[in-house]
Design a protein around this ligand. Sequence first.
Ligand code: GLU
Length: 321
Amino acid sequence: MKHTGTLVAVAALFAGTGAIAQNEFITIGTGGQTGVYYVVGQSICRLVNRGTEEHGLQCTAPSTGGSVANINAIKSGDQTMGVAQSDQQYYGYNGEASFEEPYEALRAVFSVHPEPFTVVARADAGIETFDDLEGKRVNIGNPGSGQRATMDVVMEAAGWTTDQFSLASELQATEQAQALCDNNIDAFVYQVGHPNGSIQEAFSSCDAVFVDVTGDYIDQLIADNAFYAEATIPASLYEGVEDDTTTFGVRATFVSSADVAEDTVYEVVKAVFDNFDRFKRLHPAFGNLEQEQMIQAGLSAPLHPGAERYYQEQGWMDGGS
Ligand code: GLU
């Protein structure tokens, strides 16, 4: 009954329009405001909220700390759904890496854009390869973010600790481009779809370069984990970048909980895929999305039954037994 006051207000708002008054509030966890998760959440909510009169869902998508924070907030019931990297979906479900125990009620809904593990350095910092980060001032990401969680995995694979850096800062994604250009750090890591506002800010405000992330320990991570794959950041996406960048990456995924009602997830999925062309136009990182891939790639937790119902109705998946 904790929303009673709001429900009365909403009922008053819709009085006389014939709309249903019994609204359900849903929250989608995103990331920093200059990243792509924020746009994913805002775009999904925009499509969901166009249908509030029919299905009664009212959606908001606040900015958050990122993947790990989102999975934890879904678990605690503070968020209904959220965006999370495919590696963190796996680690969250299985209780590995940044997650202390398995979260068995975590459910996959669909995957979204690819997210290369991205390292940006000051051009004057003398950083040409990932190993050159040693001894430098590096923003390793805020705790709760996906890039921080993956950076922890990479550091472990490389046999590094934060002592390897002269400074390991934990700035939020929204702060890192400015910190780089103010010469407070030499480089930052960000696992994110391209192009995006945060990286654009670094390239347009100071002399910055992408750094390749390659090496035996990266090859091993890719060989050992289905959710890691080689990735390229095409030079064409940002002005002033001359070469493609080689790294590895994951996919952004959309997740929820088995505790969230089937109808709720069904309506959210329907709002996205019934309006798929509109959704794809909302961010350049969504341009290449294809339904068939989105219902498979990067999903390691079981599919939420609300999502499964929609995919079966569309004939994209075999019907249940
Ligand atoms: N991949 C990042 C994370 O999991 C967020 C990237 C974004 O905001 O687009 O925290």
